[in-house]
Design a protein around this ligand. Structure first.
Ligand SMILES: NC(=O)c1ccc[n+]([C@@H]2O[C@H](COP(=O)([O-])OP(=O)(O)OC[C@H]3O[C@@H](n4cnc5c(N)ncnc54)[C@H](O)[C@@H]3O)[C@@H](O)[C@H]2O)c1
Length: 259
């Protein structure tokens, strides 16, 4: 029970990494606020947690809206008395498969920055304010991407993730005197979430076996990355076992960036 007694908020908890992490956090004893723009999806996640004997509440949140983010963090305080962990996990993909820099419209750029970076700024800002009020530290975890560590493709998407990484490190340094830790996980290719479908690349259920094999073959370990792989890393970084780890960008990438 690595997260026993902790109150955690997970964004994008209706699918993929967010759902898997919310479920694992609850299995490890956390009480979880499951936040997503889709209330229907996030209620399914809470149901999974409840059936397994865990504690979860749901909140419909658009993480790009400040009032929604404040309400989301407020839900942790309202239901569980405090906030210990914020997992800023939402990210939206490159709008069209294979889009080059010059194919992006200004609207594409604004949307990617407006969700992927703005959400981490808003979540981190209001979590830090809450943690300072509580006076005993706290944990911020962000989902970055290997696309923010190397030139992976998706130039604008990768830039938003590079900015998320830098925000993670800066918050780690600013927060350290207050016992606030900030880390990021950086996944590589995950064909089994809804992310690739959201980017017009076809979801796991629409992808051929060959396409899934190709995603796996990009990684030296030869397998696709799963939401569960990311959730395990998230549990560790959120837990007190990582008490002296901050400012880390942890690739969950089957060795991709080690090449
Ligand atoms: N899937 C991949 O290949 C991959 C690779 C590297 C990094 N990532 C990152 O991993 C994270 C999770 O991705 P995933 O694969 O689980 O995706 P997913 O599409 O399966 O899940 C994302 C969830 O975020 C929610 N969401 C979208 N916009 C939102 C908003 N404005 N407010 C609140 N909720 C919103 C969606 O409803 C969905 O439930 C993202 O940050 C993504 O950038 C994904």
């Amino acid at each position: 029970m690595l997260l026993e007694g902790k109150s955690a908020v997970v964004t994008g908890a209706g699918s993929g990494v967010g759902r898997a992490s919310a479920v694992r956090f609850a299995e490890e004893g956390a009480r979880v606020v499951c936040a997503d723009i889709s209330l229907e999806r996030v209620e399914e996640t809470a149901e999974l947690i409840g059936k397994a004997g865990g504690t979860a509440v749901t909140v419909r949140t658009d993480v790009s809206r400040e009032d929604d983010v404040i309400a989301m963090l407020g839900a942790a305080v309202e239901h569980f008395g405090r906030l210990d962990v914020l997992f800023n996990n939402v990210g939206v993909p490159t709008p069209r498969l294979g889009a080059l820099l010059e194919d992006h419209t200004v609207e594409d750029f604004d949307r990617l920055i407006g969700v992927n970076l703005r959400s981490v700024f808003l979540g981190s800002k209001h979590a830090v304010l809450r943690f300072k009020e509580q006076g005993d530290g706290g944990v911020i975890l962000n989902t970055g991407s290997v696309a923010g560590l190397v030139g992976w493709g998706g130039s604008v998407y990768g830039s938003t993730k590079g900015a998320v990484h830098q925000l993670t490190r800066a918050v780690a340094i600013e927060g350290a005197p207050f016992g606030i830790r900030a880390n990021a996980i950086c996944p590589a290719g995950m064909p089994f979430t809804n992310f690739m479908a959201a980017g017009g690349m076809g979801g796991a259920d629409q992808m051929s076996e060959e396409a899934v094999r190709q995603v796996g073959a990009m990684h030296p370990l030869g397998r696709p990355i799963t939401a569960e792989d990311c959730a395990e890393a998230a549990v560790y970084l959120a837990s007190d076992r990582a008490a002296n780890i901050t400012g880390v960008l942890l690739p969950v990438d089957g060795g991709y960036v080690a090449r």
